[in-house]
Design a protein around this ligand. Structure first.
Ligand SMILES: Cc1cc2nc3c(=O)[nH]c(=O)nc-3n(C[C@H](O)[C@H](O)[C@H](O)COP(=O)(O)OP(=O)(O)OC[C@H]3O[C@@H](n4cnc5c(N)ncnc54)[C@H](O)[C@@H]3O)c2cc1C
Length: 437
C-alpha cells in the first residue's frame, strides 16, 4: 500500500476537515473540498478557522494604505454556500499526534479567552504570512507595513496626518515595495517618497520592465536609493549602509514614516506546534503538499514551503497559493474517498503583475520558472490587466463556491500562451520572501 495512503484519513461516517486560515488558500481549499466531496458523495464536515469574519484582499493592501476603501467580503456568506462552518478564532496549537487543533475563540490574544478543540481527519494548513519587521533593528517599534489590514490602516492614518513635504521611505525593491511606493506617491503628491533597496529596484524584471518601473516611479516623484542596506529604523528615519561600503558606511535617510516592504514572515503556528518547518518557519511539505510525518496535514499558501522543480520553495503569492489550495483540496477529497494520491503538484509561472498607482501597470512575461522574458505590457493597459488579475482571484474563489473545480486544474502549469484568463493560475507575482530588497 502506498505510504501516503497508510496515514489515511478516511473514517467511517462523516470525515472532519479543518482548514486553518481564511485567506486566498484557505477559503479556496475549503470551498473546493466541500464542493467536490458533495459531488462525489463523500460525507465530510468542513470547518474553517480565521480570526476575522471578513476576507482580507491582501493583494490590495497598498491600495488600502493609500486610502481606497476595501470591498466588504463576508467569510460566512462565502463559506455558507457550501455549508462550511466558520470558526472565528485563532488556531493556537496543532496537536498532530491527537489530530486536533486548539482554537482560541475570538482570536484577540486574551489570556482568558475561551478555547475550542477541533478534531480532524484531514487538516489544511493555510495561515499565511505577515510583516517581517524584525529584519531591520527598530522595525518593530518604528516602521509600518502593508502586510496585513490593521497595519495598512495604521499606515493610512499616518500618511493622512503627515504634513506637506513630509518624507516617506519605503524599504525594499521587490514588487510589494514598488507597488506601495507608487501608490503612496500617487495618492499623496504633497509627500516626498523614496524607495531604498539593496541591489536594484525590480531586480527580477527584464531590462525593459525595470526601465519602465524606474521611469514610472520617477514620474510619480519617487526617489530611488539603490545599492543600500537598511541597518536601523528609529523615530526620525532610517540608517542605511552602502552595500559595497563595508562596515561603518552608514548614512541617515530622514523620514516621518518608514514602511518595511522587504518580505513576509510565515505564520509561526507550524513551528510552535512542533511540526517540521523549513525556509524560516514554513511548513515542510512533500511533492503532494503533505507534511511528511503527518500525511493527514496538507499545506498551501505563504505558510507552506512548496518546492519548485529545483527544490527551492515557491515564492509567496496568491498566484502560487491558489493553485496549491486547489491541488490540496482535490488531494484531501481523494484521500477521504480512498483513491490513490494524485500526481505530484506542478506549477509554472506565466506573468508578474505590478501596479504603479491606479493609472499605470507593468505586466512582465516570465518563463515557467519565473525568469523574465523580454515581453512586457505597460501603461494603462498594464494597469487594466493587473486590475483584471486582482479581480480574478475573488471571481475564482466565488466560482469554487458555485461549482467546485471552477478554479481550473490544480497543479497544472498555466498555459504558456494567450492572455491571462479569469481564474487562471497565471498571475505570477512577488519576489521570493526576503529576497526583494
Ligand atoms: C500589498 C500586497 C500586495 C500583494 N500583491 C500580490 C500580487 O499582486 N500577486 C500575488 O500573487 N501576491 C501578492 N501578494 C502576496 C499575497 O497577498 C499572499 O501571498 C497571499 O495572501 C497568500 O495567501 P494565503 O492564503 O497563504 O495567506 P493570507 O492571504 O495571508 O491568509 C491567511 C489567513 O489566515 C489567518 N490566520 C493567520 N494565523 C492564523 C491562525 N493561527 N489561526 C487561524 N487563522 C489564521 C489570517 O488572519 C488570514 O486571514 C501581495 C501582498 C501584499 C501585502
Amino acid at each position: 500500500m502506498d505510504e501516503r495512503k497508510q496515514g489515511g484519513t478516511k473514517v467511517s461516517g462523516r470525515a472532519r476537515v479543518v482548514v486553518i486560515g481564511g485567506g486566498y488558500a484557505g477559503v479556496a481549499a475549503a470551498l473546493r473540498i466541500a464542493g467536490k466531496a458533495a459531488r462525489r458523495r463523500v460525507p465530510v464536515s468542513v470547518a474553517l478557522v480565521n480570526p476575522s469574519p471578513l476576507f482580507v484582499e491582501r493583494i490590495r493592501l497598498h491600495e488600502l494604505a493609500a486610502g481606497k476603501a476595501p470591498r466588504r467580503i463576508e467569510l460566512a456568506r462565502l463559506l455558507g454556500a457550501r455549508g462550511i462552518e466558520l470558526v472565528l478564532g485563532r488556531a493556537r496549537t496543532i496537536d498532530a499526534a491527537a489530530r486536533a487543533v486548539e482554537v482560541e475563540l475570538g482570536g484577540g490574544g486574551d489570556a482568558g479567552a475561551e478555547t475550542r478543540r477541533l478534531g480532524y481527519d484531514a487538516l489544511v494548513y493555510a495561515p499565511g504570512s505577515g510583516a517581517a519587521q524584525e529584519i531591520v533593528p527598530g522595525g518593530g517599534e518604528h516602521a509600518l507595513s502593508v502586510a496585513d489590514a490593521a497595519s495598512a490602516r495604521a499606515l493610512h492614518e499616518r500618511l493622512r496626518a503627515a504634513p506637506p513635504g513630509g518624507r516617506v521611505v519605503v524599504v525594499g525593491g521587490g514588487l510589494t515595495a514598488i507597488e506601495t511606493a507608487a501608490e503612496i506617491a500617487e495618492a499623496f503628491p504633497a509627500l516626498r517618497v523614496a524607495l531604498a533597496t539593496r541591489g536594484r529596484v525590480g531586480e527580477g524584471l527584464s531590462v525593459g520592465g525595470r526601465a519602465y518601473v524606474g521611469r514610472a516611479l520617477r514620474e510619480l516623484g519617487v526617489a530611488l536609493r539603490e545599492g543600500v542596506r537598511a541597518v536601523a529604523v528609529d523615530a526620525s528615519g532610517l540608517a542605511v549602509a552602502a552595500e559595497a561600503g563595508g562596515a561603518g558606511a552608514a548614512e541617515r535617510l530622514a523620514a516621518d514614516i518608514v514602511v518595511l516592504a522587504a518580505g513576509f514572515r510565515p505564520a509561526a503556528l507550524a513551528e510552535s506546534s512542533g511540526l517540521a518547518t523549513v525556509a524560516g518557519g514554513r511548513l515542510a511539505v512533500d511533492r503532494w503538499l503533505r507534511a511528511p510525518a503527518h500525511p493527514e496535514i496538507w499545506g498551501a499558501g505563504d505558510a507552506a514551503a512548496v518546492l519548485d522543480g529545483d527544490g527551492a520553495p515557491l515564492r509567496m503569492g496568491c498566484a502560487t497559493a491558489m493553485p496549491q489550495a486547489a491541488y490540496a483540496a482535490d488531494s484531501v477529497v481523494a484521500a477521504l474517498a480512498g483513491d490513490a494520491p494524485p500526481p505530484p503538484f506542478r506549477f509554472a509561472f506565466f506573468i508578474q503583475c505590478i501596479s504603479l498607482g491606479r493609472r499605470r501597470g507593468l505586466i512582465q512575461r516570465v518563463d515557467p520558472r519565473d525568469r523574465p522574458l523580454d515581453r512586457v505590457i505597460t501603461g494603462r493597459l498594464g494597469a487594466w490587466v493587473k486590475e483584471l488579475v486582482c479581480r480574478s482571484t475573488i471571481v475564482a474563489i466565488r466560482l469554487e463556491g458555485l461549482r467546485a473545480g471552477g478554479h481550473g486544474s490544480p497543479g497544472q502549469a498555466p498555459r504558456p500562451r494567450g492572455a491571462p484568463s479569469l481564474g487562471s493560475a497565471a498571475a505570477g507575482e512577488r519576489l521570493p520572501s526576503g529576497a526583494a530588497t
